[in-house]
Each structure stands twice: as structure tokens, then as C-alpha cells.
Design a protein around this ligand. Structure first.
Ligand code: ADP
Ligand code: MG
Length: 819
């Protein structure tokens, strides 16, 4: 059940825990680590099962202790050179601050007196006795930390006081304070202190805070913790001693160079507890120690291929290493660090891509609220309301209550948050102008939500507390009243609206780093990623993100320009027989797509796929008029029901390309095609050399099974992953866009996979037979782990929503390197 730091053998984190493994490795690397040993997680499992230490463990501990006494030349519990120990928790997975550690263990009366004599300083001993009694009481006995009488006695002690006297007074005062609270007392026998501390660390695995932490982070409850028993070094010995924590790079910005804090004349817990403010290592450490710390940090970093968090203590001018682990970091830092480690050769491409998660990339690429300001705003009660987060994004701006004014203010350069009871198509110009949108009513498939997502605009809907007084140009939220023009902030992810302008941080430095990293990913992945865009400016963003081409949907473009509903009304009024309605469609497309194609030409995008109008689009159901028009003209609900509508769109595209001078590849792709005859008919509409190619979007299992034949008639076949999964489950695709109702449904254990985030194994079976060599592409939000699966199936062309381009490339790069 035990293993000395110096013992040979494989280093198994599951057995030794993270802290234990790190100490074993550092010892092997020849670093100055106070000697000690690890009690394995196996012992913890037995203890938690039977509420008793495993048979034989105490004998093992005695042997280990004897060996430790030999190595250190000190003796446990007596002079002349007493051995003190730390008993430290250390699970296989890092759970910072969740579990317990007892320091300075082994203070019998004899040991304490001997320590005072060795150091010729009774104050040092007094400090240790008080620290030990407090820690043991709290951690092993469960007492609260409140013993002013003891602290006063420590403060009064002076170097020359009689050690035995001081020990007795402090111990008695500490016991008296404990007695007010608990019936138990702290054992004065070092052996009992050790055994009970080990048991307490095992028990700390199951405290409520530890369980909650594991639940939140999806960590298994049956792992158990290892225990590290280590000889103490004393940062509180004198003024040439101290303790600190250092990161091998700045964990907030990722900037290279040691970043650390040091507190002279202290024990490690003081730095973490924040009672005293530590100094920068550069200011506080003597130059030789700083140089040693920097050199060792760099060596360790190179060996681990990651940025590390190092706990150290200086005892009388000698540096000791107490812990090393992978450092926690901000998303911006994660990106920068991965790119830098790749660039300087510390990490391989595979390793570097593994140092950033898709979520960190998402967070790092968009400006977000300053985390401190956000926390302060929440603490200050500045959250006005919490609605339903409909489109993520953190934005600040002046509150504006009507769309005309929103556009005017935006034209004048202001950042605008548009507040509406509800939005309608008539509000679109204001919604486009706004940086954020908040509505009092509506769910996540409401007009506001659908449009906001098409625009990528931060949006909160269903904010029931929002009462807008259009006449007074004010909003009431509970008992607060805000006037139009006041600054607010909106979090489209959490659904919060704040009563102030929160500063945002634009992680500018992260961009270059991100490019380096993603270039490595793209190179490994050998895949093309196209971005789904709506506005001309999106093309620039898509390019910057590394997209090789773009896809767009006519519905989205016309919705953004405000033409869609006018066209639908025209179709309702004029019917499908006259040419009038279709020529309006053609003209609107010619006008509205031209700017997008201009942007494509200017940005060197040579591949644009355009999705044809889909009046059935499940996601736009709430655009009621679309439903009305398919009710009036049911043939519009079929892909080729009204060929003239497709012709009109192709003609519109030809004109748009002409006026934009766009000569790259252009396709019009129709959704819901499932039969080769449909594809053949679609190809037969080809009328003119300069007409764009035709393509299809496959949304059904039937279409996927026929993909090869369909591809034979098409210039491009897209396979829509989300729609396909929805069809396989028979669940309307719009349910895939929101948290509820699927979250609760899955929580009830009713679906084995979450079809929004994972590829269903049955779908994988279906896709396995798709001939990926025939030009079949994939579209839809295909982030990890879906990307990895699809890459494994041989797919190499993907189209995703604009913000997902980078996370997808990361996932593909990783999948390629792992394969
Ligand atoms: P955590 O898991 O919360 O980081 P640790 O086991 O690392 O807890 O210990 C808490 C503090 O005690 C740390 O600051 C550490 O540096 C210090 N510490 C632990 N063991 C020793 C030791 N042998 N000598 C001196 N300080 C120690
Ligand atoms: Mg620690």
C-alpha cells in the first residue's frame, strides 16, 4: 500500500495520485524534494469500504517511518533532531482546495522542546505548535478555526523563553479553546497524530464539497485519494526562509517567463489562504534562488510539455520543491501557451492541440466581459434580470427601445442593446444594427432568437421581468426603472442583463497565437472547412478564422435584409402562376447577394455554396407566414415542387455574380432531396453556361443511402448532420437548437446519446457506407467529438457556423494526429 518517492517502478497516477506522482517524478529528476512516501489509492478504497485502515498498513507505515528517519537523520517525536511530517491528500485528478492536508505533525512535548533548542528560537516552535494544533483540530476533528487566545500567546513568545514552558502554555490554551467546542482533544503522541491524519485525508474524499466538485466536473466518485507523507521543510524558520507558488508562464495572459509569488517567513498555507499579500518572486527571492527556480521551472516545463504550477519552500536559503502540476489557465492563456510551446519545440503538434479545448477556443476568440468586473457586478446586485440565453455573446451598449433609433445610434457609432417586448420582421434593421437583443417574451425558437442566431448577435429572450413603456421610453424591471440611452450589458449565454456597461477584454494577443495553432491543425487534418455566413463582413471573419470557402442560405440573407417576408407576402398575394412573384425573388437575390459575392471576391474566396430558400425549414417555423404560404401552396413544401422558384434563384445568383464580378465557384443547393430522379431533374434545370452549379442537401436516411447516385447528378452533395440525426430520432430539428426540452429528457435517462453533441452510433453505421471520395461534404455543427468520428469515417469537407470554424479545425487536427 505504500511507495517511497525514491522507489523504482512505473508511475501510475491512478495509484499514486497526481501529487504523489509529481513528487516521485521530481525526485527521479534529481530535484530537491523533501523525502517521503505515498500511501496508494488502494488503501483508500479499503478504508472507505470498512471504515478501518487495511490490515498490515500500520506495519508498513512503521517501516516507512523508520526508513525516513534514516534518510533524514531525524527522529519522529524526539530530539535531538525531531522529524516533522506533512500528511497531504492527492487524488488522481486535481481537485484544488477540495481536500485536506495536515502540516507540522509529530510535535510531542519532547520534540517541540528539541526543535526550539536546535533553532535557538522559541518563537519558531510556538508558531509550529499553534499551527499544528489548529490544523489537526480543523481537519481531523472538524473544529472551527477561531482561537484568538492561542494566537496571542504565540505573538507574546520571545526567542529566549523557556521552551517547555511555552509549549505547555500554548498546548493548554489550544486544548481549552477546543474543549469549548468539542469533547475530543488533539493527541500528544506523534504516532496517533499520524494514523488519524491519514484516516482524515481518506475521509475527506467524501466530504460534501468534494462530492459536489466531482459532480460538477464529471469526476468519478470511486477513484479515491492517495496520501502523501513527507518530511517537513520550514518556510517559517527565519527571514532567510519562506514559501511560494510559481507558474512557468503567466496563467492569465500566457506570456512566457516565470510568474510567481513569494512570502518570506511563512508556511505554504499562508500564501494560499491570502492572509498576507505575497510579493513577486522577482522582487522577493535572492538572485541565486530566483535563478534556480527559473532554471528548474524551464526544465520541468520542457519535460512535461506543458505549463506548470510549482509549490516551493525555502528553508534557510535552500530551495525545496513540494508540488508540480499542470497549471490552470484562462482560455486566452491556453491558446497562447499552446502556440508558444509548439513554436519553441517544447510540445509536438499533437500535444499542443491537446492543450486547448474547443470551448477555450470559443471563449478566446470572442470579446468577453472582464471576469473580475463580471463577478463584481453580480455581487453588487447589478443583474437586472435573467432570461433565456438565445445566442451567446457578451456585449455592452446603450439601451434602445425601437429599431429605427437602434439603427440611427449604431450608424452614429454607438454600441446598442435593443430591448423589445417582442420582435417582428419589421424590427430587422434594428436587430442587425444592435450588438445585443433582449425581448420580454418568446422562447428560443422565437423570431428574435432565430434571427439573432442567423446574425450571430448576442440575444436573450423570454425576459419576463422586462416591462417596456414605449410612451415614456423607459423600462421597468422589478422596482428599477431605466431610461432609453442608459448603459446596460447583456450575456447571451447566461441570459443575464446588467445595469451597467461591463468592460470587455478583446484577446487581441490570442489571435496570432490562434492562427499558428490552427495552421498546425489544418495541416494535419488535410480538410477543408467552409464557414456559414450571412453578411458581407462575415466573409472577412471567415477568412480570418481560416475558412477556405463560405456557404450561405438565401433565407438568412433575405431575412437579414428584410426582404424575406415581403417576398413571402408576394407569393401569398400573387400566387405561383404569374411570373411576378418569381421575378421579385430573382431581383431581391440579385441585389442582396451581390455584396456578399463582392466580399468573397475581395477576400479571395473562390468557393461559395448557396442554399436555396426552404419554406419548410424546421428552424424557421415561427416565421408564421412561411407556414401560411406552404399551406396555401403545398407544392412549395417539396424540394422541386415549383421549379420556377429554383430557376428564379439561379437567375438571381447569375445576376449577383455578374454585378459583383465574382468568377469563383458558385452552387445553388436544394434541401431535402432524397431520390436520384430529383437530382437528375435538378441537373436538367441547367440552362446556360454561366448558370451556377446545382447541389443538394441531404436531410434524410433515404438520401444518405442513395448518396452515391445523388452525387452523380450533382455538382455538390451536402450531408446535413443535424437534420439527419433529427430525422433518425424522429425529433423535430428545432429541438436540437435549445437546451430544453432535451436536457431534462436526457437527464431522465431516456436517450443513450445526446444527439446535439454526439454522433448516434446508428447514424455512424449509416455514414460508414457513404463514399466520401465522391465529393460528399458535411454540414452542420460538427464539433468534437463528432468531428473526430467523421474524420475517422473519411470525410474531409465540412461547413459549419462561423464561430465554429476554429473549434472544428482544432477537433479535426487532433483527430488526424490521434489517428
Ligand atoms: P493542496 O492540495 O491544497 O495544494 P498541499 O498538500 O499541497 O495541499 O499542502 C498545502 C500547503 O502546505 C502547500 O502550500 C504546501 O506547499 C505546504 N506543504 C505541504 N507539504 C509540505 C512540506 N513537507 N513541507 C513544507 N510545506 C509543505
Ligand atoms: Mg498544493
Amino acid at each position: 500500500y505504500t511507495r517511497a518517492f525514491t522507489d523504482d517502478g512505473q508511475v501510475d497516477v491512478d495509484e499514486l495520485g497526481g501529487k504523489g506522482s509529481g513528487l516521485v517524478r521530481m525526485t527521479r529528476d534529481g530535484l530537491r524534494v523533501p523525502p517521503g512516501y505515498v500511501i496508494t489509492t488502494a488503501a483508500c478504497h479499503v478504508y472507505l469500504d470498512r471504515r478501518a485502515l487495511p490490515d498490515g498498513l500500520e506495519d508498513e507505515l512503521r517501516d516507512r517511518l523508520a526508513a525516513l528517519e534514516t534518510t533524514t537523520g531525524k527522529s519522529f517525536g524526539t530530539g535531538p533532531e525531531p522529524l516533522l511530517l506533512s500528511v497531504r491528500s492527492g487524488a488522481p485528478v486535481s481537485m484544488p482546495g477540495m481536500m485536506d492536508t495536515v502540516l507540522n505533525l509529530g510535535l510531542s512535548r519532547d520534540a517541540a522542546v528539541a526543535l526550539a533548542e536546535r533553532s535557538s528560537d522559541t518563537r519558531f516552535m510556538a508558531d509550529l505548535v499553534a499551527r499544528f494544533h489548529t490544523m489537526y483540530s480543523e481537519i481531523v476533528l472538524g473544529a472551527l478555526d477561531d482561537r484568538p487566545a492561542v494566537d496571542a500567546l504565540v505573538a507574546q513568545a520571545s526567542p529566549g523563553d523557556d521552551p517547555a514552558d511555552v509549549y505547555d502554555r500554548i498546548w493548554a490554551a489550544a486544548e481549552a479553546a477546543l474543549d469549548d467546542e468539542l469533547s475530543e482533544s488533539v493527541p500528544s503522541t506523534p504516532w496517533d497524530q499520524l494514523v488519524h491524519a491519514v484516516e482524515a485525508v481518506f475521509r475527506s474524499w467524501n466530504t460534501r464539497r468534494a462530492r459536489t466538485y466531482r459532480d460538477h466536473h464529471g469526476i468519478a466518485h470511486d477513484m479515491g485519494t492517495a496520501v502523501v507523507v513527507q518530511s517537513m521543510v520550514f518556510g517559517n524558520l527565519d527571514d532567510t526562509s519562506g514559501s511560494g507558488v510559481a507558474f512557468t508562464r503567466d496563467p492569465v495572459t500566457g506570456e512566457p517567463g516565470l510568474y510567481g509569488e513569494y512570502l518570506a517567513h511563512s508556511q505554504g498555507e499562508d500564501v494560499v489562504a491570502g492572509v498576507r499579500t505575497p510579493d513577486r518572486v522577482q522582487d522577493a527571492l535572492p538572485p541565486d534562488l530566483l535563478a534556480e527556480l527559473e532554471r528548474t521551472g524551464a526544465e520541468l516545463e520542457a519535460r512535461h510539455g506543458d505549463v506548470l504550477d510549482i509549490e516551493f519552500t525555502v528553508e534557510h536559503g535552500v530551495l525545496y520543491f513540494l508540488q508540480v502540476r499542470s497549471a490552470k489557465r484562462t482560455p486566452e492563456a491556453a491558446v497562447r501557451i499552446a502556440a508558444d510551446l509548439l513554436a519553441d519545440g517544447t510540445a509536438s503538434a499533437a500535444r499542443a492541440l491537446g492543450l486547448v479545448t474547443a470551448d477555450q477556443l470559443r471563449q478566446a476568440q470572442r470579446p468577453g466581459f472582464d471576469p473580475d468586473a463580471l463577478a463584481a457586478a453580480r455581487d453588487d446586485g447589478q443583474v437586472l434580470l435573467t432570461g433565456i440565453g438565445a445566442c451567446p455573446g457578451q456585449v455592452s451598449g446603450e439601451l434602445v427601445l425601437d429599431p429605427d433609433r437602434a439603427r440611427d445610434r449604431a450608424d452614429a457609432g454607438a454600441s446598442v442593446v435593443l430591448g423589445r417586448s417582442v420582435t417582428s420582421p419589421a424590427d430587422l434593421h434594428g436587430m442587425i444594427a444592435a450588438a445585443g437583443i433582449v425581448t420580454a417574451t418568446g422562447g428560443s425558437t422565437s423570431h428574435a432568437a432565430v434571427v439573432a442566431r442567423a446574425l450571430g448577435t448576442a440575444c436573450v429572450v423570454g425576459a419576463a421581468a422586462l416591462e417596456i413603456d414605449d410612451a415614456a421610453r423607459t423600462v421597468r424591471i422589478g422596482d428599477r426603472t431605466l431610461s432609453e440611452g442608459e448603459e446596460v450589458s447583456l450575456d447571451g449565454g447566461s441570459g443575464e442583463l446588467f445595469a451597467l456597461a461591463l468592460p470587455t477584454t478583446t484577446p487581441a494577443a490570442a489571435n496570432e497565437a490562434m492562427d499558428t495553432l490552427l495552421a498546425a491543425a489544418a495541416e494535419s487534418a488535410g480538410s477543408e472547412v467552409l464557414a456559414r455566413v450571412t453578411l458581407p463582413v462575415d466573409v472577412d471573419t471567415a477568412r480570418a478564422a481560416g475558412a477556405t470557402g463560405v456557404v450561405t442560405a438565401i433565407d438568412d440573407v433575405l431575412a437579414a435584409s428584410g426582404d424575406l417576408n415581403r417576398l413571402v407576402e408576394t407569393l401569398l398575394e400573387k400566387g405561383l402562376n404569374g411570373v411576378g412573384a418569381f421575378s421579385e425573388v430573382r431581383d431581391a437575390i440579385a441585389e442582396q447577394l451581390a455584396p456578399l459575392l463582392v466580399a468573397a471576391r475581395e477576400k479571395g474566396v473562390r468557393d461559395v455554396d448557396v442554399r436555396a430558400i426552404d419554406l419548410l425549414a424546421d428552424e424557421s417555423r415561427e416565421l408564421l407566414q412561411q407556414t401560411a404560404v406552404t399551406t396555401r401552396h403545398p407544392e412549395l413544401a417539396l424540394p422541386l415542387g415549383v421549379p420556377d422558384l429554383i430557376r428564379a434563384q439561379r437567375e438571381g445568383l447569375v445576376r449577383a455574380a455578374g454585378s459583383a464580378d465574382y468568377t469563383g465557384r458558385l452552387r445553388l443547393a436544394v434541401r431535402h432531396v432524397s431520390d436520384p430522379s430529383e437530382a437528375r431533374a435538378l441537373a436538367g434545370l441547367d440552362d446556360g453556361a454561366d448558370a451556377p452549379g446545382v447541389g443538394t442537401y441531404l436531410t434524410s436516411p433515404r438520401a444518405v443511402l442513395a448518396a452515391e447516385e445523388l452525387a452523380a447528378y450533382s455538382d455538390g452533395v451536402w450531408l446535413e448532420v443535424r437534420a439527419l440525426q433529427a430525422a433518425m430520432f424522429g425529433i423535430p430539428a428545432r429541438q436540437f437548437l435549445t437546451a430544453e426540452p432535451l436536457d431534462s429528457y436526457i437527464a431522465r435517462g431516456l436517450l443513450a446519446v445526446d444527439p446535439r453533441h454526439e454522433l448516434d452510433p446508428v447514424v455512424v453505421r449509416l455514414l460508414r457506407d457513404v463514399p466520401t471520395g465522391t465529393g460528399v461534404r458535411l454540414s452542420g455543427t460538427v464539433a468534437d467529438p463528432v468531428a473526430a468520428t467523421l474524420h475517422g469515417l473519411g470525410f474531409r469537407r465540412f461547413a459549419v457556423d462561423l464561430p465554429e470554424v476554429r473549434p472544428l479545425m482544432l477537433g479535426l487536427g487532433r483527430a488526424a494526429l490521434a489517428g
